[in-house]
Ligand binder design. Structure first.
Ligand code: UDP
Length: 240
């Protein structure tokens, strides 16, 4: 339930989280990171498998969306800003490249994946990409069987919510190590296929607005989940 997600939300700074995840990668630990916006939480509130992923003691929820940060503050939780999936992915890819760790990319269209891999190799010539698969061939189980055999140190899954989180959660117990992150549209941004919002939008916490302006079809989904989210947060607050 929504309240439980706030109880386990990461509240530190983005930089501290980057370092925590990188240290876990270096030490061969296992970590499952959910980068949450209000929509992620509302899906969890009504989808049993997503709820299980969000509530799992094995998952860490970080506040990707400003709506999550503001709602947490409304509930009296002291926050230290957002930790975004795009920036976390970029940081960990770089860290993996610098330390010889094995990376696997799953998701997005084949041309996006190709552009991502080319860009990552250009920026990190020593990177060890052990495998990749596009997200449009309906073979989640086969891809995860391959990932299980390869045992990468970093697994980025870009299939959209809740599919990416539910899939990682279902397979997590088969891994002893690896940093697993559901990264949504991050491959589109990191490959250069889609532009991230200009810095001023990011700085003013208006990245969500930029995404809607660029892709108006997102508006209905965004509006419905955010209105429901605000009303539920208000109820949690008044029950406190
Ligand atoms: N995607 C995919 N297979 C699908 C549907 C989506 O690989 O069947 C990819 C899509 O290409 C994009 C990512 O999943 O790269 C999700 O993007 P979106 O911006 O919708 O993320 P969300 O808003 O769900 O975080």
């Amino acid at each position: 339930m929504l309240k439980d997600y706030f109880d386990k939300l990461y509240t530190g700074t983005q930089q501290d989280f980057f370092e925590l995840a990188a240290t876990n990668m270096d030490q061969g630990n296992r970590m499952f990171i959910i980068t949450a916006n209000p929509e992620t939480m509302m899906i969890g509130d009504s989808n049993h498998d997503m709820d299980m992923a969000l509530c799992s003691p094995d998952s860490t929820i970080v506040p990707d969306g400003i709506g999550v940060v503001k709602a947490a503050e409304q509930l009296g939780i002291e926050m230290n800003g957002r930790t975004t999936g795009v920036e976390l992915s970029a940081y960990l890819i770089k860290h993996a490249g610098a330390t010889g760790k094995a990376v696997y990319f799953y998701g997005a269209k084949q041309e996006v994946l190709d552009a991502l891999i080319a860009k990552v190799k250009e920026d990190n010539p020593d990177i060890n990409i052990v495998g990749s698969h596009n997200g449009y061939s309906n073979c989640d189980e086969q891809v995860f069987a391959e990932i299980e055999a390869l045992k990468p140190d970093l697994v980025l899954v870009a299939l959209g919510i809740p599919r990416q989180e539910v899939l990682i959660h279902r397979h997590l117990a088969n891994f002893d190590k690896g940093i697993f992150i559901g990264v949504g549209g991050s491959f589109d941004v990191l490959s250069g296929t889609k532009k991230r919002a200009p810095a001023i939008f990011v700085k003013c916490n208006l990245e969500w607005l930029y995404r809607i302006l660029k892709e108006p079809k997102r508006f209905g989904r965004f509006f419905r989940s955010n209105v429901r989210f605000l009303s539920k947060v208000r109820k949690i607050k008044s029950a406190k």
